[in-house]
Write a protein that binds this ligand. Sequence first.
Ligand code: IPD
Ligand code: CA
Ligand code: CA
Length: 268
Amino acid sequence: MSPSPDLLAELLELAKEAAIRAGSLLRDGRPADLGVAATKSSPVDVVTEMDLASEKLILELIGERRPADGYLGEEGAERNGTSGVRWVVDPLDGTVNYLYGLHNWAVSVAAELDGRAVVGVVYAPARGELFHAVLGGGAYLDGHPVSCRPAPPWGQALVSTGFNYVQSVRVRQAEVLLHLMPEFRDIRRGGAAAVDLCDLAAGRVDGYFERGLAPWDRAAGVLIAREAGALAGGRPGQEPDGDLTVAAPPGLFEQLQQRLDEIGAWRD
Ligand code: IPD
Ligand code: CA
Ligand code: CA
C-alpha cells in the first residue's frame, strides 16, 4: 500500500526540522578553537559530545512529535516503534571534516515506512545546503529540483568514494583504487557519505561507491540519489548494504557495480 500524502508531508516536515535544528546546534556549538584542540588534549571527546548532543536533540524532537515511531541512530539510540515508521539518523556525518573545520559534514535524517525509506533529508550547514527527497517525488536542493548527470563514458567518469575506519578494510580499499584510478577521470574523497550521495544527486560527480557503510550513513542519501535519477545497489542484484553501496546514473551504474564485483571491492 502506498503511504498517504499527508503522512509523507508530516514526515518530511519533521525530518527537515530535526536536521535543521541539529545542524544549527552543531554549527553554532562548534568550539572556535577545535582546530587548535586537534593538536592538543582530546579533540575527539569534544566532537563526540557534539555527536551526542545532536542525537539527543533529534531523538527527543521525534519522540515528542511521534512517540509511536521506531528510531535507529549512530550514537546508540535505538527504539522499537509500533507505527511502522522508523527513523534512521546520523546526527553528524563527516566527523573528521567537522573536527578540522572542513565544510563537508551534515545531519542525515531518513524516515522508513515498513522498512523502505520514504523521506530523506541531508542538511550541510557549513555549505548552507539542504537536500531532501520523498519517495516518488524527486530530489531537491534548497527547494530546487536536482538530477544526476547523464552517464559519461567509463574513462571520463569522476567517481567519489570513502574509506572505512577499520585499518584492514582501508588497506583493501587502497588496493581497489589501484585498479580503478587508472581507469577513471579521477577519484574524490569528500569525507561524508551522506554528502557524497547528495553531490551525486546534484550532478557534481558521476558515481559513488563505498564499502562498509552503516544504515545511518546511507539511508537518506540513497533515497535522494535515486530520486535524482541514480540507480543504487550493493553487489549485483543486491540492495545497498554493509558490504557495498554503489550509486550512479543508468549506463554507468551497471558497469561500476560489475567492475567492483570483479575486483572484489566488498571483501578482504
Ligand atoms: C563516516 C563518513 C565517511 C565514510 C565513513 C563513515 P562519520 O561517517 O561518512 O565519509 O567514509 O565510512 O563512517 O563517522 O563521519 O559519521
Ligand atoms: Ca556517518
Ligand atoms: Ca556520525
